[in-house]
Design a protein around this ligand. Structure first.
Ligand code: GDP
Ligand code: GDP
Length: 437
């Protein structure tokens, strides 16, 4: 799991501008591949070789003016609970406001590292003004301009130095067992699902001491399954205070997703497929993790022989273009298809690890590309010479061509679909790169 940095602060200080500066280009590239809705408030970035997640809490503030302050207070509290480092953004053009002081009071009462980011310091004069924020009692302010980028490097040097955790990626760890997490909106049935798996027989589960604060993994071994359930403790001892906040469920989801190989995404059948469900799906895809979708509480749905088919079709249209995913209709209540869901999760895990040898890959694509070559652009013919799978933790493929920059997104998608037709990559994101040959 990578380290998490939260950006907090009142509205209009430049949080989202700053967020975009930090994750901007990289985020856009990732989105191009995942193809799904862009989550503008969460991204991954890297500074001097240290990768971290960054979340703009302001992006999740909703509600009218009167609930605003309360909402910001909640977000800050959550950021403090969940993030490793807090960046508190203030505005050198306005100076300290009452709301800044409110936020500062919250932040002083806890011991997570906080950086005061004095934004809009575009000029030398405003850089000087930044020292005013020293009065908030949160240490030396860092003058930056989110607009032109000045000052951000010095700030990030200090931020990454505060990371508590060594760089750890579930894929890098020696552990061979698949790491599976259960994610979804509040009330979808996640904890019931986990309890159904683990609660009945104490012998089949062993707690594994968590590497991070408040995460306790569980080793599940029974009925032919052998895997690690990620962060089940967090699910079982629910935070009633925060349960209603989308931001909270996003934070929890990010933590679970980043530390697993496969995510079981639970949807509440009675609620249908929400935009929040799509957001979580997109977080999974963005992190290149495998996924299985469970439509839970299927027992509550009045149905005929078409109902499941229609539901499935609707979900596929929403998650398009990454729709090569297993969708399973479950009832945790009646224990319907619980083991089938685990089977699908393991299959997705295997597919994510699948390696295709260069020779069958090229044999296949030679025919495919000969039949339907990339369309010529500006009178130039594009020749794809060969393809190879890259040594990444999830399936990614490099196609070598004379003019790689001329191969557009639709053709890349065509190549991905052809790849999926021939080899089993169900449940796993696949990335296609064009390289110069
Ligand atoms: P948020 O509500 O905290 O996310 O703030 P935004 O990122 O939406 O920015 C609020 C306003 O401040 C926008 O008009 C930005 O263009 C402006 N802004 C953000 N960063 C800077 C900066 O570094 N310098 C200046 N001059 N303006 C900025
Ligand atoms: P979580 O917030 O995602 O962990 O959801 P819970 O596991 O706490 O479940 C929320 C509510 O839905 C509880 O009252 C469960 O008993 C109920 N529930 C969970 N799964 C099912 C199901 O398959 N069928 C029905 N009818 N109720 C379910």
């Amino acid at each position: 799991m990578s380290n998490m940095v939260a950006i907090v602060g009142r509205p209009n200080v430049g949080k989202s501008t700053f967020f975009n500066r930090l994750v901007g280009t990289r985020d856009a590239i990732v989105d191009e591949f995942s193809g799904v809705t862009r989550d503008r408030h969460y991204g991954k970035t890297e500074w001097i070789g240290k990768e971290f997640s960054i979340i703009d809490t302001g992006g999740y503030v909703t509600g009218s003016d009167d609930v605003f302050e309360d909402e910001i207070r909640k977000q800050v509290q959550l950021a403090v609970e969940e993030a490793d480092v807090i960046m508190f953004v203030v505005d050198t053009m306005t100076g300290i406001t009452d709301m800044d002081n409110d936020v500062a009071n919250l932040l002083r009462k806890q011991d997570r590292p906080v950086f005061v980011v004095a934004n809009k310091a575009d000029t030398n004069e405003r850089k000087m003004d930044a020292s005013e924020f020293y009065a908030m009692g949160l240490g030396e302010p860092y003058p930056i301009s989110a607009m032109n980028g000045s000052g951000t490097g010095d700030l990030l040097d200090e931020v990454v130095a505060k990371f508590p955790k060594p760089q750890s990626d579930p894929d890098e760890e020696a552990e061979e067992l698949p790491r599976i997490s259960v994610v979804g909106r509040p009330n979808a049935g996640k904890s019931s699902f986990i309890n159904a798996l683990t609660g009945s027989d104490r012998n089949i589960v062993t707690p594994v001491s968590g590497t991070t604060r408040d995460s306790i993994d569980t080793h599940y071994k029974a009925y032919g399954f052998d895997f690690t359930l990620v962060d089940t403790a967090g699910l079982r001892k629910k935070s009633k205070v925060h349960d209603d906040l989308e931001f909270y469920s996003v934070m929890r989801s990010i933590r679970s997703i980043e530390s697993s190989d496969v995510c079981i995404l639970m949807i509440d059948a009675e609620e249908g497929f929400h935009s929040q469900d799509l957001n979580i799906f997109s977080l999974i895809a963005k992190n290149n993790k495998a996924v299985v979708i469970l439509v839970n509480k299927w027992d509550l749905i009045e149905k005929d022989h078409q109902t499941a088919k229609k539901f499935e079709k609707l979900i596929r249209s929403r998650i398009n273009p990454f729709d090569d995913v297993e969708i399973i209709f479950t009832s945790v209540l009646t224990k319907q298809r619980i083991h089938k869901s685990l089977d699908a999760a393991i299959r997705a895990y295997e597919n994510r690890k699948r390696r295709i040898k260069t020779s069958p890959l090229n044999d296949y694509f030679q025919t495919v590309i000969a039949k339907q070559p990339p369309p010529a652009l500006k009178g130039k013919y594009i020749k794809i010479k060969y393809v190879t799978q890259l040594p990444t933790k999830f399936p990614s493929f490099a196609f070598f061509a004379n003019l790689p920059q001329y191969v557009k997104e639709p053709y890349k998608r065509f190549l991905e679909n052809k790849l999926r037709d021939q080899f089993d990559f169900t449940g796993t994101p696949v990335r296609i790169f064009m390289r110069k040959k």
